[in-house]
Design a protein around this ligand. Structure first.
Ligand code: ADP
Ligand code: MG
Length: 721
């Protein structure tokens, strides 16, 4: 027999078949898909409908009501066309009839339809029923979606079923995409490798992968009972149908397996250094503490210290609300390392934050007097060279800088601990590069604000977690109120009351990129205005990012010493300033700030025993999201709660900034909606790896290697073990 010709043989599509071999996709469409990152059948199948329409039932023409969307059908009785005089529009009018009645369809500027819609043919019609603006009484379909057939048919790709609706892709609209998807889903091989192990599929009653993929595009009608169908539609449209759930779980499971693999790989590395916590080390730690640490701080420091002493490198996330005392714990960890003769790298996501950490660490660690260097952009060539030299020689004990500290190959003599003040900008991949530097430094990641657990599991699933879940004693919850612009007087009144009572206040202006100049002017003018017109007797200071370091430090130290009573500032004070006597925070243009920023700012007060107040001055007209942010701020001081709302309002992509963070992009999962599935997937991933370590069966091993491949392809993770 001769070789099989692929054209004669109905081609079976494999997941990795390039899209251009799919029926209905030529080189031009393949190009459009490629622009969306879709190259293979598998990737095309992951382009899910964003909603579904129930087009299972054909409605009798006589039953149609004004304004409803309906699927119906009928035989064409007559077709007529004319041009409007005014705007020279072509109008095609088609009359269709069924056993119950008739209905007119109007098509504008589609004259070619005339040659398709002939009397006697059958039309399937989907559209919105309208009252005809001209005749006034009769109902009509305007530009409905239609299919024309020789005979009456029961179901097609576009009707007689629940149909998927896709977002336009390139020039392809939903009907084109539907047609293409239909072609693929009916040709999927039955023997696709399933990346979920069978025991999990059985346990959770998950559909097999190929069926899930087919059903998520073309749901099989479970029941013709109307109530059940409506329920099914609700599930489909909220992405919670059984097919969706299966795909979501699979995606989360793979990611969690990958993250757990990273953890266990790191746990097999051995550090070649000895760190001990001797009595002198303990004394040094105590020296910097002006107070008793909270139980949570003690517990967390113990967790970190155990990691530092362990032969396995630390990969730990330190979480805690604003003001819970993370900085001190990090400083204590640094002391342990430095007292043992090693170096610490302290990294922040921006230069301003690095400067503030530098300022704080120097102050905090002044009792132990370590040499601390700040590496930043503005350094003169010589200063920079000398600092680099000190770091390489091991003279510098703590080097503070942005993430470039590690990325640009600054050489350390004995780097043992890297503290990353993270703010979500370091992804799994960057973190691994850092962890594999030099002699496997211990890595402590700190977040400035709490993050919801679902994000923590995803972003930091490769890390152990320590949480400071307790505020230092004697703190009173900060009272937060929100004023309109016109109520500014009330805020001034509060400033007056605060300063008169011997406390201090912040007034913060937003600094938005692009409009930096004018914002700067706003802060500067405001400081003047307050000093000259409003509070001539108070001492008011100004702080902004353009000031020289020495000026900034001077202003900060005056404020810290109580010599300035009001500090007007741009957001440079967002993180790090610590003046317990300051009990009032006024935020101007609060609508321009994100939730976590507002929470950070508010965290600058409430640091002493006195009652603190935060006033948000905002204009939220036409900005319901900003209004919601302010409401949440007034409702709660709980950073975890605020983080949850932030996630709900903005979605994970916005909260973290997917691109810069290395945050894995999801095809199916939604971290807000699928929180529970994520928890489950994380648990099951752990179990799965335990099975694998215990030898596993053939299927386990196959799936593990499939997951490695998938994650390498999707996220660039190189996983071993
Ligand atoms: P975070 O970095 O978590 O926002 P900080 O480390 O800046 O918090 O600490 C907030 C404030 O609480 C600082 O004024 C700090 O000195 C103080 N503080 C920290 N721990 C304690 C404690 N155990 N008892 C009293 N005050 C504390
Ligand atoms: Mg802090």
């Amino acid at each position: 027999m001769s070789q099989r010709s692929p054209t004669l043989n109905p081609q079976v599509l494999r997941p990795d078949t390039p899209v251009q071999y799919v029926k209905g996709v030529g080189p031009r469409r393949a190009e459009q898909f490629a622009q969306e990152g879709i190259h293979t059948v598998e990737e095309l199948l992951c382009y899910l409908p964003f909603r579904y329409e129930d087009r299972t039932q054909y409605r009798p023409l006589a039953s149609l009501r004004e304004d409803e969307w309906a699927l119906t059908r009928g035989r064409i009785c007559s077709v007529s066309g004319f041009e409007t005089r005014k705007r020279r529009m072509s109008v095609l009018e088609v009359l269709v009839r069924d056993a119950t009645g008739s209905m007119r369809l109007k098509f504008f500027n589609q004259p070619y339809l005339r040659s398709l819609y002939k009397p006697g043919l059958h039309l399937i019609i989907y559209g919105q029923v309208k009252r005809d603006a001209y005749s006034g009484t009769s109902l009509v379909f305007m530009n409905p979606e239609c299919e024309v057939h020789e005979e009456e048919v029961q179901s097609t790709v576009h009707s007689g079923r629940i149909v998927p609706v896709y977002r336009k892709l390139g020039t392809m609209r939903t009907r084109t995409l539907r047609q293409i998807m239909y072609g693929i889903t009916t040709q999927l091989p039955a023997d696709m490798t399933d990346p979920l192990p069978e025991y999990l599929r059985r346990q959770y009653r998950f559909l097999p992968r190929n069926r899930a993929l087919a059903q998520v595009h073309f749901p099989e009608l479970g029941d013709s009972n109307r109530e059940l169908r409506e329920r099914e539609m609700r599930l489909l449209n909220s992405g919670l149908s059984p097919a969706h759930k299966r795909l979501i779980f699979e995606e989360l499971f793979q990611l969690q397996v990958g993250l757990h693999m990273i953890r266990s790989t790191r746990a097999r590395v051995t550090k070649d250094r000895q760190v001990q916590i001797t009595e002198p080390v303990r004394q040094s730690i105590k020296k910097i503490l002006p107070f008793h640490p909270t139980a949570a701080q003690k517990r967390v420091l113990r967790e970190i210290a155990d990691d530092i002493r362990s032969p396995r490198p630390m990969s730990r996330l330190l979480q805690g609300d604003v003001g819970s005392g993370k900085t001190i714990v990090a400083a204590q960890a640094a002391i342990i390392v430095v007292e043992n003769g090693y170096q610490v790298a302290f990294m922040a996501p921006t230069e301003i934050l690095a400067e503030q950490h530098h300022y704080n660490l120097r102050r905090l660690l002044s009792p132990v007097g370590y040499p601390i260097d700040l590496l930043k952009g503005g350094l003169r060539e010589r200063e920079r060279r000398e600092a680099l030299e000190r770091i390489r020689a091991g003279q510098t004990k703590i080097a503070v800088g942005t993430h470039s500290l590690i990325q640009e190959g600054v050489e350390f003599s004995r780097l043992a601990l890297a503290i990353v003040d993270e703010q979500h900008r370091f992804g799994v991949v960057q973190r691994r590069i850092l962890m594999e530097k030099g002699h496997n430094p211990d890595v402590l990641v700190m977040t400035a604000t709490p993050i919801p657990r679902s994000l923590a599991l995803t972003l930091y699933g490769d890390l152990d977690v320590s949480v400071i879940d307790e505020l230092p004693p004697g703190r009173k919850p900060i009272e937060t109120r929100w004023y309109e612009q016109e109520q500014r007087e009330k805020a001034y009144e509060e400033i007056r009351r605060t300063v008169t009572a011997g406390h201090q206040a912040y007034v913060v202006y937003p600094l938005v990129e692009g409009s930096e100049r004018s914002d700067l002017r706003a802060a500067t003018e405001m400081a003047e205005h307050l000093q000259v017109k409003v509070f001539p007797r108070f001492r008011i200071g100004l702080l902004h990012g353009r000031m020289k370091d020495r000026e900034k430090e001077l202003v900060m130290s005056y404020f810290a010493a109580g010599e300035l009573q009001v500090l007007v500032s741009t957001t440079v004070i967002e993180v790090g300033i610590d003046v317990p006597n300051a009990t009032l925070m006024v935020v101007e243009h609060a609508e321009r700030f994100g939730l976590s920023q507002l929470h950070q700012l508010r965290g600058r007060v409430g640091r002493g025993a006195a009652q603190s107040v935060c006033l948000l001055i905002a204009d939220v007209r036409d900005n319901p999201e900003a209004r919601r942010r302010l409401e949440v701020m007034c409702e709660t001081n709980d950073g975890f709660r605020i983080a949850e709302v932030d996630l709900e309002l903005r979605g994970p992509g916005e909260v973290i900034g997917t691109r810069q963070s290395g945050m894995p992009a999801f095809r199916f999962a939604d971290l807000v909606r699928d929180r529970r599935a994520l928890e489950l997937a994380s648990e099951e991933a752990k179990n799965f790896l335990a099975r694998l370590r215990a030898g596993g069966d053939e299927e386990c091993r196959q799936i593990a290697s499939l997951i490695r491949q998938t994650l390498a392809g999707r996220y660039g993770w190189a996983l071993v073990g």
